[in-house]
Design a protein around this ligand. Structure first.
Ligand SMILES: Cc1cc2nc3c(=O)[nH]c(=O)nc-3n(C[C@H](O)[C@H](O)[C@H](O)COP(=O)(O)O)c2cc1C
Length: 421
């Protein structure tokens, strides 16, 4: 959500060291050398990433949802330059998936509720794909034939049934898709069938289902996490320990968009009734950053570099994406942003991300991935740091402690520090 020029809130002008990030603080000689080369040669930043062995021209991935519902739109995504596409979630029996309309409701700000206000929140009560699996599989196959070098990821979901999961994985893999994302996170409709978030919210169930999936799958598997849980690191840890190569976070946040004050009926209103749905768009970005930060810290402490993290939630600018990457995300997914701005959004995202990288002299995504993670600490530590900073500032204000502390460069300031008026 933040634009590239964000201003940290400081208690006092001298209350913190917010100097621009310098890569020298990370001891990776090869990257430092790269940085020097970039600043001298003015090379274009390289946005390409390789994640779980999958090479993408940029880290921008179409998130599972309407922008990946059929051949035409997925082809469009590849043509516009998206780094990868995750298709709309499929299951074995699409006949059980019955959608309603309207199924979206939006939150606007900035114009006192007027229809012209900027959209910042989006609720949906849409289910997974209601198109026959056979049709979706044919389209995956056709896309992989036409775009063999591009990354197509199938999103899948099934009931609590080992044989059903195995059949789905087998059929989907036969199309030539590059990876699987498991939807353990849809908050509405599907949990009523013990699917989606019903599995992602129950670590014992999740471990069992991940075990079935990873015993069968031959391509990388990403587990998509629900934010509708107290501690998102718990299911993320279970998924990775059970063989998944990566986690994606977040899916939508359980929400009620609002109540119509004239009709007293909730929105989105279907025949006078509604059901809680999933919240997405700009408003969820800070919540998504918080969840991704927690998962990234856990992954850094407990898992190696081979595991991947895909950040999702409210991305509309290159700066939004940079934030996820600074927390450790390898890729960044966009769903609602595409529904609002179209597939051409990827060009703006790439150019804004490059601007950010040029500003810092970063040559590659790996140059800054995870760089902000070390600045998260406990509140107790913040208190100690602040007390120490105040103690040091007081000591400076009280003047030099000893005559041996006088310096040539700071002589005038040092003299002033001991003046009383
Ligand atoms: C209309 C709509 C349908 C969605 N359908 C799916 C889905 O089928 N499978 C899935 O894993 N996520 C689905 N999502 C969730 C998105 O992939 C994404 O996790 C979430 O919306 C947050 O990202 P965003 O703010 O970029 O949309 C859907 C989201 C929306 C708005």
């Amino acid at each position: 959500m933040a634009s590239l020029s964000f201003s940290p809130i400081r208690a006092k002008p001298s209350g913190g060291d917010f100097r621009p990030f310098r890569r020298q603080s990370l001891a990776r000689p090869s990257r430092v050398a790269f940085r020097v080369f970039a600043s001298e040669g003015q090379a274009e930043p390289d946005l390409s990433v390789t994640v779980n062995g999958l090479h993408m021209p940029n880290p921008f991935v179409i998130g599972s949802g309407p922008p990946g519902t059929n051949y035409t739109v997925m082809k469009r995504a590849f043509d516009e330059g998206w780094g990868a596409v995750i298709a709309k979630t499929v299951s074995l029996d699409a006949a059980k998936v019955i959608n309603v309309t309207p199924r979206y409701a939006r939150l606007r700000v900035g114009a006192n509720g007027s229809a012209k206000g900027q959209i910042i929140g989006w609720e949906n009560i849409e289910l997974i794909s209601d198109r026959p699996l056979e049709t979706m599989l044919k389209e995956f196959k056709q896309l992989k034939e036409e775009y063999p070098d591009r990354i197509l990821i199938a999103s899948i979901m099934e009931e609590y049934d080992k044989a059903a999961w195995e059949e789905l994985i087998d059929r989907v893999e036969q199309t030539g898709i590059d990876a699987l994302e498991i939807n353990f996170s849809c908050p509405h409709g599907m949990p009523e069938r013990k699917m989606g978030a019903a599995v992602g919210q129950d670590c014992a169930l999740l471990e069992e289902v991940c075990g079935w999936i990873n015993a069968k799958a031959t391509v990388p598997v990403w587990a998509k996490m629900t934010p509708n849980i107290t501690d998102i690191t718990q299911p993320a840890r279970v998924a990775l320990s059970s063989g998944c190569e990566g986690v994606s976070a977040i899916n939508t946040i359980m929400s009620v968009m609002g109540i119509n004050l004239n009709t007293l009926r909730p929105e989105p209103c279907v025949e006078g009734y509604s059901t809680p749905g999933g919240y997405s768009c700009k408003a969820v970005h800070p919540i998504a950053l918080g969840k991704v930060m927690s998962i990234a810290k856990m992954m850094k402490a407990e898992f190696g570099e081979d595991y991947s993290l895909s950040g999702i939630g409210g991305v509309e600018t290159g700066g939004d994406a940079a934030e996820f990457i600074l927390l450790g995300a390898n890729t960044v997914q966009v769903c609602t942003g595409v529904m609002m701005h179209g597939y051409g959004l990827v060009k703006k995202l790439c150019s804004e991300l490059k601007d950010f990288m040029k500003m810092h002299n970063f040559s590659s995504i790996e140059d800054f991935r995870g760089a902000s993670l070390e600045y998260f600490t406990t509140h107790t530590d913040l208190v100690q740091r602040q007390q120490e900073a105040i103690r040091q500032r007081k000591a400076i204000r009280q003047g030099l402690q000893s005559d041996k502390d006088w310096t040539g460069d700071g002589f005038v300031k040092e003299s002033e520090s001991m003046v009383s008026n």
